[in-house]
Design a protein around this ligand. Structure first.
Ligand code: NDP
Length: 237
């Protein structure tokens, strides 16, 4: 029997890409999975019926909705915060409202969701947040706001690990490099640029990230917390 059998899992942002692979992985392991979506209702409903999971509409840019979703889904054994996106271009050209929304989705939601989950989580609880290798390295222009959000998750995880550790709850950040999803398709225009930075010259697959998340959620990772786990083909090495 899987170590994740019967675990109560919430994935924020599970309708597509890496999040959908995480939903599939936990569902295949026999966990009871709920996931949120925002713009992709049809994809979410297809994934829910394919995997036997539950899809719920929640905008990660809406702080109170995120907190309520986590609270009403609890007590959780595992929280995965995957919802996130990037804005591109010279920071001097950004609309400040767009930057603020990015911060709400990529930073505020992970913080409030993690804190709310930890209020009810039993000992052995696991919180896993999807960051990015761009939290460590930013080798191209036009992505400063995104890098800001992913670096912020590092300090968050280090600090919350201290708060949650005595209760037996771990929190970790998984930092992917280029992964083949709608947000970063392997056949996109920046493929050669990205692969040029990498030792393994291909995009990663969402399932590879899901495998790392599943390990962090399992009993072998009970001593792993406040840490960043990079899976990037040496993009940032
Ligand atoms: P996709 O664009 O393929 O999927 C994004 C997922 O997040 C979708 O399920 C989307 O749901 C959800 N999401 C986005 N905004 C919201 C919101 N406001 N409320 C609820 N859900 C939301 O992206 P990826 O799978 O590529 O990325 C997933 C995570 O991995 C992100 O945090 C990203 O920063 C990170 N990452 C990705 C890398 C890559 O190369 N692909 C590299 C490094 C990090 P919906 O469509 O329903 O709105």
């Amino acid at each position: 029997m899987s170590m994740l059998q019967g675990k109560s899992v919430l994935v924020l942002g599970g309708s597509r890409g890496i999040g959908a692979a995480i939903v599939r992985r936990f569902a295949n392991e026999g966990a009871n999975v709920t996931f949120t979506y925002f713009g992709s209702r049809d994809a979410a409903q297809r994934l829910a019926s394919e995997t036997g999971s539950t899809a719920v509409l929640t905008d990660s840019g809406d702080r109170d909705a995120v907190i309520a979703r986590v609270r009403d889904s609890g007590p959780l054994d595992v929280l995965v915060v995957n919802a996130g996106y990037a804005i591109y271009g010279d920071a001097r050209e950004h609309d400040p409202d767009e930057v603020d929304r990015l911060l709400r989705v990529n930073v505020h939601a992970p913080f409030h969701a993690s804190v709310e989950a930890a209020r009810q989580m039993p000992e052995g609880g696991r919180i896993i947040v999807i960051g990015s290798v761009n939290g460590d390295r930013m080798p191209v222009p036009g992505m400063a706001a995104y890098a800001l959000t992913k670096s912020a998750l590092q300090g968050m995880a280090r600090g919350l690990a201290r708060d949650f550790g005595p209760g037996g709850i771990t929190i970790n950040v998984v930092q992917p490099g280029p992964i083949d999803t709608d947000a970063n398709p392997e056949n996109g225009p920046n493929r050669d640029l990205m692969h040029g930075f990498m030792a393994i010259k291909r995009h990663g697959r969402p399932e590879e990230v899901a495998g790392m998340v599943a390990w962090l959620a399992g009993p072998e990772a009970g001593f792993v917390t406040g840490a960043m786990h990079t899976i990037d083909g040496a993009f940032g090495a």
